[in-house]
Design a protein around this ligand. Structure first.
Ligand code: SB7
Ligand code: NI
Length: 203
């Protein structure tokens, strides 16, 4: 009894980024090319990696999201918290009820590089949003439908993986942040909802 009470309190001891910590469009850090992260990771970089993932976890918990007045996110890039470094967290939950414990993709991607992209393009039917952009900007954001991604994780382990569907879109959105690009840069200004024939919709 005492132990479980203690654990309950202990489990809520965290310092999570709040919306006030998230840098908004107009701040030059969002338009900078972020430098690569050096390994072994410094204490600060390890903490940053942890905090970037913690935001996503807390924001995807409906009670905590409400309690801390967060906007739910599936990704968060270091420049969005004011740190110009090639690091981003990605947490794409599995919407399948039976598989909700195993996310479609979860990792902190460090020095990520898209080593190849499909010719086929894909866009989310509902467009994209960004925690750093307060207003809704409607339109398709055409991206590669599939990518091969290379990155290093917090333990210094190198990964080379193929991604498609929503995880591929989210990773491209996050990697854009590391190069100073925002999602609306990709929207066709004259006709935001044009879709070319070789482009697929991603749900
Ligand atoms: C829709 C939302 C995101 C990525 C791709 C499609 C992430 C939104 C949260 N972020 O601002 C992360 O950079
Ligand atoms: Ni964003």
């Amino acid at each position: 009894m005492v132990i479980s009470e203690k654990f309950k309190i202990y489990s809520e001891v965290f310092e999570v980024f709040l919306m006030k910590d998230i840098v908004r469009d107009g701040d030059p850090v969002l338009r900078k090319q972020a430098p690569k992260v050096k390994f072994p990771l410094s204490k600060e970089d390890k903490q940053l990696a942890h905090d970037l993932m913690e935001y996503l976890e807390v924001s995807q918990n409906p009670e905590l999201c409400e309690k801390y007045k967060l906007r739910a996110g599936v990704g968060l890039a270091a420049p969005q918290v004011g740190v110009s470094e090639m690091m981003a967290s990605v947490l794409v939950p599995n919407e399948d009820e039976n598989e909700s414990d195993t996310p479609l993709f979860k990792d902190v991607i460090i020095n990520p590089v898209i080593v190849s992209s499909s010719v086929q393009r894909g866009a989310l039917t509902e467009g994209e949003g960004c925690l750093s952009v307060d207003k809704d900007i409607p339109g398709y954001v055409p991206r590669a439908a599939r990518i091969t991604l290379r990155y290093t994780d917090v333990d210094g382990k190198d990964h080379k993986i193929r991604l498609k569907n929503y995880p591929a879109i989210v990773c491209q959105h996050e990697i854009d942040h590391l190069h100073g690009v925002l999602f609306y840069d990709h929207i066709n200004k004259d006709n935001p909802f044009t879709k070319s024939d070789d482009e697929i919709f991603i749900y």
